[in-house]
Design a protein around this ligand. Structure first.
Ligand code: NAP
Length: 281
């Protein structure tokens, strides 16, 4: 199987490199294939001749998207449209990675694939427009995920770094969801490639209890044996010092329902065991 990966050196791309090691994989970044450059995309498709495209590239800095909405639209929406058109032309199967920021977060039970999106941020809106482009042009797979951590800078590394410098850290306790280990997401993507379930939207996150970021920090410290105190604060308090910066609204609740993905046999793990695997790696 020949698999082209965008965002090949991001958190997900790094995990895909490990999981897809027995396949012919081409990892790309914005230098080797800028997804907004139709000629460059065409050349890579022509040279590599993929069977599948896993599209993980995105402008993922959610506050950066509020500051630069044109760039967010260009990368998350129009870049995705270019890729979907290329997949259609070259008969390549496409997997697009969607986000929990597609929802407004007002629900109090996990969002299913059929729930109505209502993004509140530029990031969420442009990622949803990417989804819509994939569905309209190609009818590809959309895998929606949330709270991803893997190799690179992420929440876990941030709280561990802070715990090296202070005895108490403040973490938001009014956003609820479920963390996803990038390696688990990569395995579920490989399952889609191998099993080819019916084309459509699938939720792919860690399973287990729905938690807040403060709960997550406490669990991290418990596993690594640190005594750092976690004090829960509201999102509003957390961003109080950022008056001059545009801050993207975060969904207060963004757990995704995993029933459909489990039914088609995507491998999903509960977040507590995945977190242990990550921290012990
Ligand atoms: N992280 C999360 O919590 C989360 C949650 C829900 C959904 N997602 C989605 O999951 C996917 C993977 O996330 P991630 O955390 O692995 O992201 P990441 O680590 O931020 O990696 C994204 C990659 O996209 C690439 N990229 C940006 N602009 C590009 C362009 N114009 N052309 C080509 N590549 C470009 C970047 O490569 P360069 O460095 O070369 O620019 C970067 O390495 C994304 O689609 C994201 O929207 C993530």
């Amino acid at each position: 199987m020949r698999i082209l990966v965008t965002g090949g050196y991001g958190q997900l791309g790094t995990a895909l490199k490990e999981v897809l090691k027995d396949e012919a994989v081409l990892l790309t970044d914005s230098d080797s294939m800028d997804i907004t450059d139709v000629d460059q995309v065409g050349k890579v498709f022509n040279d590599f001749k993929p069977d599948w495209l896993v599209h993980g590239a995105a402008f993922t800095n959610v506050d950066g998207c509020e500051e630069s909405p044109e760039l967010a639209d260009k990368v998350n929406h129009l870049g995705t449209k270019i890729l979907a058109q290329m997949c259609k032309k070259a008969d390549v199967k496409m997997i697009y990675i969607g986000t929990d920021y597609t929802f407004d977060g007002t629900k109090d039970s996990p969002y299913t694939e059929d729930d109505e999106p209502n993004p509140q941020s530029v990031y969420g809106r442009t990622k949803l427009e990417g989804e819509e482009a994939v569905q309209e042009i190609l009818g590809g797979y959309i895998l929606r995920t949330a709270w991803v951590y893997g190799e690179g800078n992420n929440f876990i590394q941030a709280v561990l770094n802070l715990s090296g410098k202070m005895d108490e850290i403040k973490v938001v306790n009014d956003q609820f969801g479920r963390p996803t280990y990038a390696l688990d997401l990569a395995k579920a993507i490989y399952d889609v490639i191998k099993k080819e379930p019916e084309v459509g939207i699938y939720n792919v996150t860690g399973g287990g209890d729905v938690i807040s970021w403060a709960d997550f920090a406490e669990e991290i410290f418990k596993i690594v044996g640190k005594n750092t105190k976690v004090t829960g604060i509201s999102t509003e308090e957390y961003f109080a010092g950022n008056k001059d910066k545009k801050i993207a609204p975060r969904p207060a609740y963004s757990a995704l329902d995993l029933t459909k993905s489990k039914e088609v046999g995507l491998s999903l793990s509960d977040w507590p065991s995945s977190l242990k695997n990550y921290l012990n790696k």
